[in-house]
Design a protein around this ligand. Structure first.
Ligand code: C2E
Ligand code: MG
Ligand code: MG
Length: 844
């Protein structure tokens, strides 16, 4: 191979192959001869190697075998990987034994470069561009001579299996021979750096800058792009030179020079400093304009004071607020001047949070209420001497006239505690005063009053008179010399107060009498004379009762409730028994909303019979309520409560649906009576409910009879009567329930679409003992005959009742004698009237 390469004109040949030991004699001799023929241009690998068989750390020096060494150059071939396993640096040589042996690449590059440090291999060279020949082709001389002529040849192991491969940046893994070649190329390229050319480059750069300078004050973007172009041009030219002649120019210095030049040019062309100054000027001008605008327009009075408390400048609003003297000088209150003067002595006054203070200008009652805020700032004097900067203190005062605001605040505070109409206390503040009174632990009495005819007066004379009356009631209470404390209006026409602490104990009943007498005196409003009734409830609170104000007031309200149940004007004291009753009502009210959803309501039916032969002619549906907590609750108790809180509507609808459904189980000859409350007419669609119940069940309307009590009818108005007529026009009949208890006028009866009168059971009950009862039965019978309507007597309990009533002309009756209220199944079994049962089932 060496002969073939030498003959082809190779400049030198480097064997990256271990020739450290003798091999077969013939081969070694032939190599020695070839080395001789090559004439000393051959490089042989020398290297340090860790002895595989010796102690672990021992390194052996592997110089070429002596006979070869004499005819060749030893070339160091050790290369060392960095921490990450990559080969980046190439050593300039290796100390092997006593000798320093230059690296293969250094020798291949002609030994011209005195490198004594490591060299960074330039992996920019492409290893694929290195021309390669296979050893066999070379040995057989099968290669074109021009590939070798005039070049250095490196002979090395290319097969991966031979293990002479290294990891490198960029090209992953390359054979050791290639690394030597790349290192040699790197050295040759460095040798090609035209150090001498720097002066030419510098000259060219200066010329370029002069050309750029010739552009004069260019637009910044042009300047920048010219600079960029120049930078590109320099780099491009250097690259071209490098590729063509392997000459590299150190271009790095050119770029900062260009950049600095451009920046200076840019600064000049933009005229930055004057621009900055101008901008500052405009900013200051704008700030000043804004401040003086604020100053002039501010509704708050603004005054700037010096350390002596004299105004430096003030806003027009400040002049208007404080006034000026004949010479136009501001008449600043002494307090404000003092504030400014104090700031001089105040420790770090300017660092403190500004304080809002207030002062009165003029008299306390009709003067101005001014609130002001003062801030002190330290100003630096413009002309400072050598002692350092001089400062002075400036106090800015911003003052506001809050007279109106304060007046409104007082008014709002008053209104939040006092009733606007009468000036009496509201409930909340009343309770607060009462709490304080109870805390003294001295006995007192709490009173609640209710005006009993107030609504009528309102309706009769109008709201203005009503309002005037309420006011007059409070004025009378306030003017009473009776130790009344915290007179309050609880709601519409209820008032309360308690008894102030007095040396002598006050008899609350006597006091109530006095108050009632005083308030019952007629009230005169121009031509109108009004008189009111009064109900009074009071509760005595004794030492050690330990009651809160709410409980104490609630006791007085309980007592008032008791007074309300009495006829005429009444005074009641608190009685725990009434309280129990009220508690039960509250419990019933509380559980009522869930009664229907919890299925606690049921309907029982009481028979209505023909008196002559006892034939069943109808049933009356009567609601029942059984609750887990309260047990059986009877309609006489819960219906009035349901009427008061509006639940009567859902209860009424529920009973109507149940009853109409139940009626289907009975023959057509049996009617179904359902009780209706007067409250079901108020804004509730009673007509719609009836229509719906009939539509769902298909019950004949004439089988349904609605019962309305006489007392309920007494309070009815035109719309109710209209609804009654509408329902009657469906075919449904109306019965007047409990007749004889409500004093109905006869004219009323003729205007109503009634089909039946039900005489109250109290008359039947007294038939045996009271002769007048018989007379009444007879007269009512006449009346019904005259009106052409039916007549039924309630409360028949005995055979005697039946006989008397029959003899007095009554044909129909209802009562325990015929049957108690019972379930529809019991009715069907007892009266043997199950004919229509299947119909009912299909409806259900
Ligand atoms: P009412 O409509 O006059 O019903 C008759 C009441 O008298 C029923 O009492 C019934 O049990 C009772 N009674 C019947 N025969 C006799 C008797 O021979 N002797 C005595 N001592 N009493 C008899 P109840 O069921 O307690 O109902 C009381 C009132 O409650 C009813 O009086 C009615 O006005 C009202 N009410 C009952 N259910 C409803 C309903 O579903 N809706 C409405 N709005 N009111 C109802
Ligand atoms: Mg009834
Ligand atoms: Mg009745």
């Amino acid at each position: 191979m060496l002969d073939a390469l030498t003959d082809a004109g190779a400049v030198d040949v480097f064997f990256d192959i271990d020739f450290a030991f003798a091999s077969d004699q013939g081969g070694d001799a032939a190599f020695v001869q070839a080395l001789e023929r090559a004439g000393g241009t051959t490089l042989l690998a020398s290297f340090m190697q860790r002895d595989r068989f010796g102690p672990a750390a021992e390194l052996t020096h592997n110089l070429p075998y002596a006979p070869f060494r004499e005819l060749s150059w030893p070339a160091a071939v050790n290369i060392y990987a960095e921490r990450d396993g990559l080969i980046r640096m190439y050593p300039s040589g290796e100390q092997i034994g006593t000798e320093f042996i230059s690296s293969a690449a250094v020798l291949l590059a002609g030994g011209r470069i005195p490198t004594d440090a490591s060299l960074e291999i330039n992996y920019g060279f492409d290893p694929n561009l290195v021309p390669t020949l296979s050893a066999v082709d070379v040995a057989n001389r099968e290669f074109p001579n021009h590939m070798v002529a005039g070049r250095s040849v490196v002979v090395g192991a290319g097969a991966v299996e031979l293990g002479d491969h290294y990891a490198v940046p960029l090209h992953q893994v390359v054979p050791g021979a290639i690394i030597h070649i790349l290192a040699a190329e790197t050295l040759l390229a460095q040798a090609g750096i035209a150090h001498g050319a720097i002066k030419y480059l510098a000259a060219a750069l200066i010329a370029l800058l002069l050309i750029l300078n010739a552009f004069g004050r260019e637009r910044p973007w042009r300047l920048v792009s010219a600079n960029l172009l120049a930078a590109c041009f320099i780099e491009g030219a250097a690259l071209l030179v490098f590729q063509s002649w392997f000459l590299s120019f150190p271009t790095a210095f050119a770029h900062p020079t260009l950049m600095a030049f451009t920046l200076v040019k840019l600064a000049r062309s933009l005229n930055i400093i004057s621009l900055l100054l101008r901008r500052k000027d405009v900013q200051i001008h704008n700030d000043q304009a804004l401040l003086s605008h604020l100053f002039a327009q501010s509704s708050d009075g603004i005054v700037i004071l010096d350390e002596a408390g004299d105004p430096i400048i003030q806003s027009r609003s400040a002049e208007a607020m404080f006034g000026t003297d004949a010479r136009g000088a501001l008449l600043l209150p002494a307090d404000l001047q003092a504030t400014a003067r104090r700031s001089k002595f105040g420790e770090n006054a300017f660092d403190q949070e500004p304080l809002v203070r207030s002062l009165m200008l003029g008299g306390l009652s009709n003067g101005k209420h001014i609130e002001y805020l003062s801030t002190t700032s330290r100003f630096q004097e413009v002309d400072t001497n050598s002692d350092g900067p001089k400062h002075r203190l400036i106090t800015a005062i911003s003052a506001r006239d809050v007279t109106e605001l304060k007046r409104q605040e007082r008014e709002i505070a008053y209104l939040s505690t006092h009733d606007e109409r009468t000036g009496a206390l509201r409930r909340g503040p009343f309770l607060e005063f009462l709490r304080a009174r109870l805390q003294t632990d001295q006995p007192t009495s709490v009173f609640v009053l209710n005006l009993s005819r107030f609504k009528t007066i309102n309706q009769l004379h109008g709201r203005d008179i009503g309002d005037a009356l309420l006011e007059a009631v409070v004025t009378r209470l306030q003017s009473m010399d009776a130790n009344l404390s915290a007179i309050s209006r609880l709601d519409g026409d209820s008032f309360s107060f308690f008894v102030e602490q007095t040396p002598e104990p006050v008899d609350p009943h006597e006091l109530a009498e006095v108050v009632r007498a005083h308030l019952s005196e007629p009230y005169v409003f121009s031509s109108i004379h009004a008189q009111i009734g009064l109900r009074v409830g009071f509760a005595k609170i004794d030492k050690g009762d330990n009651l809160g104000p709410e409980e104490a007031l609630s006791r007085a309200e309980d007592a008032l409730d008791a007074a309300k149940t009495m006829q005429g004007p009444a005074i009641c004291t608190y009685d725990p028994k009434n309280a129990e009753q009220r508690e039960r009502v509250r419990s019933i009210e509380r559980i009522m909303p869930d009664a229907i959803s919890r299925n606690e309501l049921s309907v029982l039916y009481q028979p209505q019979n023909r008196l002559s032969d006892g034939k069943l002619i109808g049933l009356e549906a009567l609601v029942r309520w059984r609750n887990e907590e309260l047990g059986a609750i009877y309609p006489d108790e819960f219906i009035p409560i349901a009427e008061a809180n509006g639940f009567i509507n859902s209860i009424g609808r529920h009973v109507l649906e149940e009853a109409v459904g139940a009626a289907l189980a009975l023959p057509d000859s049996v009617t179904m009576a359902v009780n209706v409350s007067s409250r079901q007419f108020d804004g509730n669609d009673l007509l719609g409910d009836v229509q719906q119940a009939l539509a769902i069940t298909n019950l004949k309307p004439e089988r349904l009879c609605l019962e309305l009590t006489e007392t309920a009818l007494l309070q009815q108005d035109a719309p109710t009567i209209e609804t009654m007529h509408d329902i009657a026009s469906l075919g449904v009949t109306w019965a007047l329930d409990d007749f004889g208890t409500g004093f109905s006028s006869m004219s009323y009866l003729s205007r109503l679409p009634l089909s039946k009168l039900k005489l109250d059971r109290s008359f039947t009950m007294s038939l045996d003992s009271d002769h007048t009862a018989r007379t009444i039965v007879r007269s009512v019978n006449h009346l019904c005959n005259g009106l052409g309507i039916g007549f039924l007597c309630e409360g028949i309990e005995t055979e005697s009742h039946r006989e008397i009533l029959l003899s007095e002309g009554c044909n129909e009756g209802q009562g325990y004698y015929f049957g108690r209220p019972q379930t529809i199944e019991e009715i069907i079994t007892h009266w043997n009237v199950g004919g229509a049962e299947s119909k009912a089932r299909s409806w259900a």
